[in-house]
Design a protein around this ligand. Structure first.
Ligand SMILES: Cc1cc2nc3c(=O)[nH]c(=O)nc-3n(C[C@H](O)[C@H](O)[C@H](O)COP(=O)(O)OP(=O)(O)OC[C@H]3O[C@@H](n4cnc5c(N)ncnc54)[C@H](O)[C@@H]3O)c2cc1C
Length: 491
């Protein structure tokens, strides 16, 4: 498909032809659609396409349409580790082949280790405790793909445009009229109405707020959030390194935050692109951003683990605040939230948009059934089912990510010991490791027992560590060497 189509260029009310064909009814200058999606990032565009494919008339409103793609571009700073579960969803929407055509990097191994200096490390060299998840162990061809966000968004926009979603972009909502069930006469049958900044109005049975962490629709609907800012921020750098494209992504934990390597595509036969993430205190990241490109690369090379290949060029860098945020409700009246507008999570395990796609898939499936039985898509009973399905899953994932943040972002000796034991055991006990892997890949929704135990431990306050003699006996951890059948810095 042409990356320079009108979806790519972003046009106000492209697909109006479809609207005129009867998917919408207009009257009194108020356009009317079954569903209006506000915010057409990855999650909003996926949902708009999915609902259109279920037969709904859908409009999506976006304030910043994606730029046309350009082959010579440096990779975008915003990239995501897309799980196998999300890949399945994107395939079901019919856009996976387009995304692959734009460029994806599969990874088959994911390695994590603790790089905190040990109190005795100046006297005694020892390999860090490390866990490596491997696609072969879970009998899948890959664990996931690293993909530029703009590729996913573009493929979804093109799919949505082709399916007949009406795209209003650039456009922004100025006001919302959202009748609350039971609070206003006829509220059960009244549609919600959004008024755009240009003064036009759109009425709809359901308004989806997919406009990101600072969702304006969420605020207009009066839905509050609980927000906790982490002490760390994430600095993302797009770099070229000497060597072939790796099939491994890794993350080394430091007390000030993790440092991660995500492989991207090749530049030529000698160099490849990668995305690096350095989590640290905001002041430290400001210092790093102020360095010249050369000094920055040199500092990264010195501070990242030795597994980082030699860096040769900086494509770009930017820092992002990280926060845990959860909406108090996933819907109010005829407004429902999906993706980052409902929840943001710590990006350290690359789960944010994967959770958002799970929201989109869940809502789409509920509304698909609703259409077959001719129910109102904005009915409170349907939106209650959606929240009941999604909130517990998201809460669990937030707790797990917080646990990792708590366990790894410090240098306390007992926690240092605990996480090294945990990583060593995870490496030594394949069943537990593979369960965690399938959970992270979005293949199992059940929280693995090992993570449940850790959460319970955290909830009850970490008790004093047992003495070595009372620790459960596990097979001796096989720390190094790691199985090295593929090329890559750890093989
Ligand atoms: C450093 C970092 C690394 C990450 N890595 C990963 C990863 O590896 N894997 C992963 O799953 N997740 C990752 N995430 C999280 C992921 O980027 C987000 O979860 C994801 O972008 C959320 O998608 P969304 O569509 O819900 O929201 P957004 O991407 O924020 O999209 C919202 C859209 O709404 C539009 N919009 C905003 N306001 C308005 C308005 N008023 N009117 C109209 N339109 C509006 C915006 O222009 C945008 O297009 C990472 C995040 C960070 C910060």
């Amino acid at each position: 498909m042409d990356p320079n189509s009108s979806a790519a260029a972003g046009s106000r009310a492209s697909n109006t032809a479809t609207a005129d064909k009867g998917d919408t009814q207009t009257g009194n200058d108020v356009a009317r659609y079954d569903v209006v999606v506000v915010g057409a990032g990855m999650v909003g565009a996926a949902l708009a396409l999915g609902l259109r494919r279920s037969g709904y008339s859908v409009a999506m409103i976006e304030k910043a349409p994606p730029e046309p793609l350009n082959d010579t571009d440096t990779p975008d700073l915003r990239v995501s580790a897309i799980s196998v579960g999300s890949e399945r969803y994107l395939r079901s929407l019919g856009v996976w082949d387009e995304i692959v055509g734009f460029g994806v990097t599969p990874y088959c191994r994911l390695s994590v280790w603790d790089d905190t200096p040990h109190p005795l490390s100046s006297f005694m060299q020892r390999p860090p405790a490390r866990t490596t998840f491997d696609a072969d162990d879970v009998k899948v061809p890959h664990l996931g793909h690293i993909i530029e966000n703009r590729f996913i968004q573009m493929a979804l926009w093109q799919g949505a445009e082709k399916a007949g979603v009406v795209i209003l972009a650039p456009a922004e909502v100025a006001a919302l009229d959202n009748p609350k069930a039971g609070k206003e006469p006829n509220s059960a049958i009244l549609p919600a109405t959004v008024t755009l900044k240009d003064g036009s109005s759109i009425a709809s049975q359901l308004i989806v707020g997919a406009d990101g962490a600072n969702s304006h629709i969420r605020q207009l609907a009066g839905i509050g959030t609980t927000r906790n800012q982490y002490g760390q921020q994430a600095l993302v750098a797009c770099v070229q390194y000497a060597g072939p494209v790796e099939d491994i992504t890794w993350q080394a934990f430091h007390p000030t935050g993790p440092r991660a390597f995500l492989p991207l595509h090749s530049v030529n036969s000698e160099y490849s692109w990668a995305s690096l993430v350095w989590y640290d205190r905001p002041e430290r990241l400001e210092q790093l951003k102020a360095l010249s490109a050369e000094a920055f690369l040199e500092t990264v090379q010195r501070n990242f683990p030795k597994q980082l290949p030699p860096l040769s060029h900086l494509g770009g860098r930017a820092s992002f605040p990280i926060a845990r945020q959860h909406a108090h409700h996933y819907f109010s009246g005829r407004v429902v939230l999906a993706g980052d507008s409902a929840h943001t999570v710590n990006p350290l395990a690359g789960q944010g948009v994967n959770l958002g796609f799970q929201d989109a898939e869940a809502l789409q499936s509920i509304l698909h059934e609703a259409r077959r039985s001719q129910q109102d898509p904005g009915a409170a009973s349907l939106l209650t089912s959606y929240e009941a399905e999604r909130r517990p899953t998201t809460t669990r994932m937030m707790q797990v990510l917080d646990l990792f943040y708590y366990l790894f972002s410090n240098a306390h000796p007992p926690l240092h010991l605990l996480r090294n034991l945990g990583l060593g055991m995870a490496q030594a006990v394949p069943t537990a490791r593979n369960q965690v892997c399938r959970y992270a890949m979005g293949l199992d929704s059940e929280l693995p027992r090992s993570l449940q135990l850790l959460l319970e431990l955290r909830r009850n306050g970490l008790p004093p560590l047992p003495s070595a003699s009372t620790l459960p006996r596990f097979p001796r951890p096989r720390l190094l060497p790691l199985p090295g059948r593929r090329r890559g810095p750890l093989s």
